[in-house]
Design a protein around this ligand. Structure first.
Ligand SMILES: [Zn+2]
Length: 323
């Protein structure tokens, strides 16, 4: 409620002052969408591609500025549409997915009946409606025809104005989880040792990835697609999870803006290293002071001046030792 009130206040002030305001996207975009979305010609995908290419460029730039090494392989879901369609077709042909009104859903009941288990990672969350709905995405509301309430989309029928690709089930696009299963399997094969991600992805995202990949690969009995999952804790700022909807996020560019109170890439790494990998990190002024202290202790310049100091001490003590 607080967040909506502050959004509306910011919006009304900005409209009166004729300015662009933070949060404009949450008020203006749904409105523009309601007016023009269905008139948008989604056949020409350049508009979507322009957006994704821009954000990919921004992300790569941030990673370079943070001194993160480039990945060995980069995959883009838009290059994988035929693979995704073939993957979904195989899961259907094995009896673990079904088509309903132009979308394809994973059949959890059939998968379990064949001796596989669903929601390995978070068995307690398997009936959590809120998490399931979040996993399906806001665009999927009102999609009917599911056999089980937990069944999730492998392929979604596109509505007018949404991006689409051809498929045997009509024009649509991949479900959220399927892209990871298909791209990872294409690069790593039928099994991988370690899969990581934020702890919020454990259910439903990783549990659904596991189910559909194990459905794809299982032959005579259950298949193990991933040996180990590492779920990282969240980054939080003074007690609350960093998220776009809470408006307490900081961009990497701001965090690295040393002229305006930002930190160096090394300092940011040290802050992250001060928390345990699975506990999450809470960035507080205290934490930054601690990180600065630790950094100056191990800083090469500090070490050199300490060594020089010891050497001088040693030399001055030589005559008294009679050496
Ligand atoms: Zn994933």
């Amino acid at each position: 409620m607080k967040m909506h009130i502050s959004n509306l206040t910011a919006a009304s002030t900005a409209i009166q002052e004729n300015k662009v305001f933070g949060g404009a996207d949450e008020i203006l975009l749904p409105y523009l969408d309601s007016l023009y979305k269905e008139t948008f010609d989604a056949k020409d995908q350049t508009t979507f591609t322009k957006v994704t290419q821009y954000w990919e460029g921004q992300f790569m730039e941030d990673m370079r500025d943070l001194n993160v090494e480039a990945p060995t392989v980069i995959t883009r879901v838009s290059d994988y549409m035929p693979h995704i369609v073939r993957f979904v077709e195989k899961v259907i042909s094995k009896g673990f997915a079904y088509e309903a009104d132009g979308s394809v859903y994973f059949d959890i009941a059939a998968f379990e009946k064949a001796g596989n288990s669903y929601a390995h990672l978070r068995p307690d969350s398997r009936n959590d409606k809120a998490l399931q709905e979040e996993g399906e995405g806001s665009l999927s509301k009102n999609l009917g025809g599911k056999r089980g309430s937990g069944d999730f989309a492998l392929w979604k029928k596109s509505k007018p104005g949404e991006p689409y690709w051809p498929s045997p089930w009509g024009e649509g696009r991949p479900g959220w989880h399927i892209e990871c299963s298909v791209m990872a399997s294409d690069v790593l094969g039928s099994q991988m040792d370690i899969h990581s991600g934020g702890v919020d992805l454990a259910f439903p995202h990783h549990d659904n990835e596991l189910a559909q990949s194990e459905a794809y690969y299982c032959e005579h009995g259950p298949h193990t697609w991933v040996n180990y999952f590492l779920h990282m804790g969240h980054l939080s700022i003074s007690g609350s999870k960093m998220s776009k909807s809470l408006k307490n996020f900081q961009t990497i560019k701001d965090a690295l803006d040393t002229k305006n109170g930002g930190s160096t890439a090394r300092n940011i790494r040290i802050v992250f290293l001060m928390g345990r990998w699975n506990d999450g990190v809470e960035i507080s002024p205290d934490m930054r002071t601690q990180a600065n202290g630790w950094e100056s202790t191990v800083d090469v310049r500090t070490l050199i001046s300490q060594t020089m100091h010891s050497l001088t001490m040693y030399r001055t003590s030589l005559p008294t030792l009679n050496l």
